[in-house]
Write a protein that binds this ligand. Sequence first.
Ligand code: ADP
Ligand code: MG
Length: 348
Amino acid sequence: MLEDKNPQRTPLEELGEFGLIDHLTKSFTTTQPSTIKGISDDAAVMEFGDLQTVMTTDLLVEGVHFDLAYAPLKHLGYKAVVVNLSDVSAMNAKPTQITVSIAVSNRFPLEALEELYAGIGLACKRYGVDLVGGDTTSSTKGLLISVTALGVAPKNDIVYRNQAKPNDLLVVTGDLGGAYLGLQVLEREKEVFKVNPNNQPDLAPYAYIVERQLKPEARTDIPELLKELEVKPTAMIDISDGLSSEILHLCKGSKVGCNLYEDKIPLDPQVISTSEEFELNSTMVALSGGEDYELLFTISQDDYPKIKGNPHLSVIGHMTEEKEGAHLVTRAQTKIPLEARGWNAMKS
Ligand code: ADP
Ligand code: MG
């Protein structure tokens, strides 16, 4: 986990807008050969040769997408970058640059923004992307963060959502459900803290799932792995909203149906034990939980030998004709239509 402590509280007015931008961005250097001009001019300049460029953006609003009571600012900065890099990876592209725009109220001292940018900086370093610009403005209430990410890939490598075919295999990376359960643990501890502020939560038994929630990683390794394996997915998407919702996106985009097998869904042991503790069905957690930032993709059956046994990849189902619809095949061999359900549908 990332440390998040700075006792000073310097008011933002002391720096002014340009002083603030300078202060926050001075430690950022650029390393991508494609970055010609980063922060400093009216616009950044990039040079990608004959590669195609992908671009994606996300807006995070305090009180809507994050709660500063349990999301430390450093983690938030890291996560704001990661969610965008995940979208770039879902195009089978390599992230190269980001911009970061913030709106802050005067409730935030300089030290808070330093924490935010420390997290942004860590993500830039970890993933080798350059911060090349942004915008800074005030807000009357709360904090808004918008990150835009650019990435590149050879034209023929880019994977869309709309080319999955019946009989293609459905594959997912990593394991699912951890981020949602991590949030449940953090929310429970927040309530405990309200009643007894001296109570120090013991999060050790939940370390993996809390980390999945607070410090998710983007699967930028997967496009590289797929290249090594000589597999080009027919369709791909990242799992931000929960497995069932993303499967339905792939089905709709590609005009196919799907059979998803409950017993194939990869779950970490901590997801299983914590689901039991919260009296949640772990399959429902994986289906509807969201924020796992794993990749979900389809491949031709011919490519199965190339991915077979790979520890990062699980085959969880196959695509069908569109008219057959999208279903979960349960352990008891019953077929249930997949629905994009909200979190509150998960109480078992
Ligand atoms: P402009 O007036 O053209 O919008 P700014 O004065 O807002 O330019 O920004 C100056 C430079 O600092 C630009 O390169 C801009 O992209 C960058 N920048 C502004 N705010 C941020 C931020 N929050 N994070 C990173 N870069 C920023
Ligand atoms: Mg500006």
